[in-house]
Design a protein around this ligand. Structure first.
Ligand SMILES: Cc1cc2nc3c(=O)[nH]c(=O)nc-3n(C[C@H](O)[C@H](O)[C@H](O)COP(=O)(O)OP(=O)(O)OC[C@H]3O[C@@H](n4cnc5c(N)ncnc54)[C@H](O)[C@@H]3O)c2cc1C
Length: 381
């Protein structure tokens, strides 16, 4: 039987996340967006509240919860600030390769210490020449005795300059190209790791995005995640898990825009009556609501498949793509419903619109999601 009712545990988790989002994130969101700064104290508080590292098993210091729980929390936090939520969500993105592919020894050495204290992690795949074409990675990790020596540069890395641990994708044999792509666990304090740029972004400005340069960074062979040459598979499996979370974050952003617009059009008087009495605007609101509901259900479906251990590549791509497009459309419509006031920084809807744009770009652009969906269909899946 299918049920759309959350379990009492998930309802409690949702209420806790909503309270935290409204009391501790929402009041400071605009200020940190304006400053383009990462509010470390809010991440400290999220850690104390147990709202970070949710999907890391309990024995390694995480929440021991699944993808669905992660979506429930992410939607709530996302409604308060997408940038701050991205900071929290990227810990899941960066730790998922360890949860799925690390040996017990690696989990004890890296995952447990990361989660037992309030620390951040980053997922380092993208390079200047390897964006949508992620297989075109040029960073190398060449074997040398008991170590690998990493050289290369990663760009647009969320949490890049505020993390203590990186999962890095590099080639162990450049002549074999993508077939030698391998994942490595790289502590951020190793000699040769340098932050060479911190990005100044259009939206999600409270999240940190940086370029990281690796120069002769020596990691022990024991830091290899999974098998040599399996890096692309590690990345894809991680993204399949994580995209349900991006869909949930998108749902949160869109939901917030819908709620603000619903309230605003009832109090804005033009032509002697609230503009909410105009049927054209009511229809806009209805379209926004339909999309928000559908986005949530798609994110839950992708997460549920993941929690059941079932394939979810197509479904997580559908959820991410639909929800991110929904966030963009709904926030744009919310600005429209606010009229000129919506375009001004005094009102919160312009931030939602700027934040939403990134949801269509990171963790695979929405064009790439459409490619994943179409390929899956053409293979009869
Ligand atoms: C703020 C931010 C945070 C990020 N965080 C991370 C992170 O933590 N870790 C990480 O590894 N990466 C991260 N990224 C990188 C992100 O995943 C890439 O930006 C994204 O995959 C697109 O790559 P690109 O920017 O090189 O664009 P390009 O690949 O150059 O794409 C440009 C345009 O062409 C389209 N396009 C490209 N190829 C095709 C095709 N075959 N068919 C149709 N259309 C196509 C794209 O959809 C896009 O519209 C982040 C990016 C941003 C902006």
């Amino acid at each position: 039987m299918i049920s759309f009712r959350l379990t009492p545990e998930l309802e409690q988790l949702q209420a806790r996340a909503r309270r935290f989002a409204q009391e501790e994130i929402a009041p400071i969101a605009a200020e940190y967006d304006r400053r383009g700064e990462h509010p470390a104290f809010v991440i400290d508080r999220a850690y104390e509240e147990g709202l970070i590292n949710l999907s890391v098993p309990r024995e390694y210091g995480g929440g021991g919860l699944g993808a669905l729980a992660n979506c429930i929390v992410t939607e709530e936090l996302g409604a308060a600030c997408a940038g701050i939520t991205t900071t929290i969500m990227v810990n899941t993105l960066a730790t998922t390769p360890l949860i799925l592919f690390a040996t017990e020894e690696q989990k004890q050495a890296f995952l447990k210490p990361l989660c037992e204290r309030r620390q951040l992690a980053a997922f380092c795949l993208t390079e200047r020449e390897a964006g949508s074409d992620a297989g075109n990675v040029r960073t190398c990790a060449l074997p040398d005795g008991d170590s690998y020596v990493i050289n290369g540069q990663k760009c647009f890395i969320s949490n890049g300059s505020i993390s203590s641990l990186y999962t890095v994708f590099a080639l162990t044999d450049p002549e074999r190209g993508t077939r030698s792509m391998t994942a490595f666990i790289v502590p951020a304090n190793l000699p040769g790791v340098a932050i060479t740029k911190v990005e100044d972004k259009m939206g999600q400005r409270a999240s940190n995005t940086a370029e990281i340069t690796f120069t002769d960074v020596r990691v022990p062979k024991g830091n290899m995640l999974g098998r040599d040459g399996r890096g692309f598979a590690v990345a894809l499996k991680t993204l399949d898990f994580a995209r349900a979370g991006v869909a949930a974050l998108s749902t949160g952003v869109a939901r917030q825009a819908l709620e603000l617009a619903t309230a605003y059009i009832q109090q804005r008087i033009q032509f002697g009556k609230p503009i909410s009495e105009q049927q054209g605007l009511q229809f806009m609101l209805a379209d926004m609501a339909m999309a928000v509901e559908a986005a949530r259900l798609l994110s839950w479906q992708a997460a549920w498949l993941s929690d059941e251990g079932l394939p979810n590549s197509k479904e997580s791509a559908i959820a991410k793509c639909f929800a991110a497009d929904t966030a963009m459309r709904v926030t744009t419509d919310a600005v429209q419903l606010f009229g000129g006031y919506g375009y001004m920084r005094d009102q919160p809807v312009e931030k939602l619109m700027r934040d939403a744009k990134l949801l269509q770009i990171y963790e695979g652009t929405n064009q790439i999601q459409r490619m994943v969906i179409a390929r899956s269909l053409l293979k009869g899946r």
